[in-house]
Design a binder for this molecule. Structure first.
Ligand code: NAD
Length: 267
């Protein structure tokens, strides 16, 4: 018996085997979920199709989340194929490189609109289409980052997008709660992925997080998959509107230096 037996999960955001969405997909599949996948563009096809095969998924639809017609099509095809969905995973984000790094004050209007559209508004657009398909209730999940709460170097426009995503999570949770649709976000610690490669200085951030997080380690796609399983399955049945940190404890720190470093600094 798996925790996701009989449940259908529609996952947006697998680009390759390093994607956080792939860690989530694997975990949901291992626990019995039927998987449907949507990916961003033709360039990704040769990576996404073999992964889909690994989870017995033959529903693999291309969709740019800024395109309403394409979103309509994916959800209509999911309705035709499955009749319902139980879990929706939103693991999608994008910002122009020039709006990450540089000075925050220089973020362009167009760059702001693009990042917020792809990375935040798309959650509303997907939830609206998922709602009528979640006939037995459901769970909607997205991925956020600590930069939404506290200033992190170079995150800039993506930090604003993540703040919006977290607020959207709470408002959707309130809106959809009466239909037993739960909406949560996982605030993951830094993980080496395609999207993360766009953040200047990311490799140093990885090293720094590993050294200072209370658990003294990084988090993996599998760690995030475990949390997603909790939120997607009945284990999380009373949890909604939550931002769950899966970051080896980094977010609890007021001072991100180890005791040894502090002792050294005071000598
Ligand atoms: P990734 O590059 O594997 O995934 C990002 C996905 O967004 C890709 O599949 C890409 O195709 C998709 N995407 C971008 N623009 C799109 C569009 N217009 N339409 C449809 N899809 C589009 O990287 P990831 O790190 O796995 O990112 C997944 C999520 O996790 C993102 O929301 C990211 O911000 C978040 N996150 C990542 C980290 C990290 O350190 N990697 C930490 C916290 C949160």
């Amino acid at each position: 018996m798996g925790l996701m037996d009989g449940k259908v999960a529609l996952v947006f955001g697998v680009a390759n085997k390093n994607s956080i969405a792939w860690g989530i997909t694997r975990k949901l599949y291992d626990e019995g979920a039927t998987i449907g996948m949507s990916y961003a563009g033709e360039m990704l096809e040769k990576r996404v199709f073999p992964l889909a095969q690994e989870v017995n998924c033959d529903f693999v639809e291309q969709c740019d989340v800024t395109n309403d017609a394409q979103l309509d099509e994916v959800f209509e095809k999911a309705r035709q194929r499955y009749g319902k969905i139980d879990t929706l995973v939103h693991s999608v984000a994008y910002a122009n490189r020039e709006d990450l790094g540089g000075r925050f004050v220089d973020i362009s209007r167009e760059g702001f609109k693009l990042a917020l559209d792809i990375s935040a508004y798309s959650l509303i657009a997907m939830a609206r289409r998922a709602e009528p398909l979640m006939t037995d209730g459901g769970s909607i999940l997205s991925l956020t980052y600590f930069a939404a709460e506290k200033v992190m170097p170079k995150y800039h426009v993506m930090a604003v997008a993540k703040s919006a995503l977290e607020t959207i999570t709470r408002y959707l949770a309130n809106d959809l709660g009466p239909r037993n649709i739960r909406v949560n976000a996982i605030s993951a610690g830094p993980i080496k992925t395609l999207a993360a490669a766009g953040v200047p200085g990311f490799r140093l951030m990885l090293k720094y997080s590993e050294r200072t997080a209370p658990l003294r380690r990084l988090v993996s796609q599998e760690d995030v998959g475990n949390a997603a399983l909790f939120l997607a399955s009945d284990l999380g049945s009373a949890v909604t509107g939550e931002i769950m940190h899966v970051d080896a404890g980094y977010n609890i720190l007021g001072l991100t230096a180890t005791e040894e470093e502090l002792a050294g600094a005071l000598e």
